[in-house]
Design a protein around this ligand. Structure first.
Ligand code: THU
Length: 160
């Protein structure tokens, strides 16, 4: 048996260290938490996806009384991007979480299903998708989605 070390890189930073473009996208993701429909969890998640053509697609988590029927914020944004601009790569995705009257101190961690959708989005266009996870105390920046999901499942994984 041999051990394989998995390395993933992220940049931990503060708002002022982001580019103006990324700061604007963070503000949009934060504002999007207001569009969250989360009567069950009361956990408001906002997402903003910037496409290569400059268009910004907004997302927010949408819950449902039949719990599994709901959808996370980042997937709502990425699927809307794919549905409306199927040929345009997603350059940057931002996520922000708001609960108990404030934004979370720690950067919001995307669930596994969202990470899976992120790596497919990135893989489909063959271009890195920057992922920014907002937190009041700290912001995490990933240069690409694959760093959020090592040993990912891709279209190639469907064949031998
Ligand atoms: N949620 C997201 O929108 N994104 C994630 O990656 C994690 C969880 C939502 C789903 C649900 O509406 C609420 O947060 C609590 O889990």
């Amino acid at each position: 048996m041999k051990d394989i070390e998995i390395k993933a890189k992220l940049h931990a930073c503060q708002m002022h260290e982001l580019s103006m473009e990324d700061q604007e996208l963070v503000q949009i993701a934060k504002a999007q938490t207001k569009n969250s429909y989360c009567p069950y969890s009361k956990f408001h998640v906002g997402a903003a996806a910037k496409l290569e053509n400059g268009i910004i697609i907004r997302g927010a988590n949408q819950e449902n009384a039949a719990y599994p029927s709901g959808l996370c914020a980042e997937r709502s944004a990425l699927f809307a991007a794919g549905a409306n601009y199927p040929d345009v790569p997603v350059s940057t995705l931002v996520i922000a979480c708001f609960t108990d009257g404030r934004f979370t101190d720690d950067p919001g961690a995307p669930c596994g299903a969202c990470r899976q959708v992120m790596i497919e989005t990135e893989h489909r266009y063959g271009k890195p998708m920057k992922v920014i996870l907002y937190g009041e105390k700290e912001i995490f920046v990933f240069d690409n989605a694959a760093d959020l999901m090592p040993v990912g499942f891709f279209s190639e994984s469907l064949s031998i």
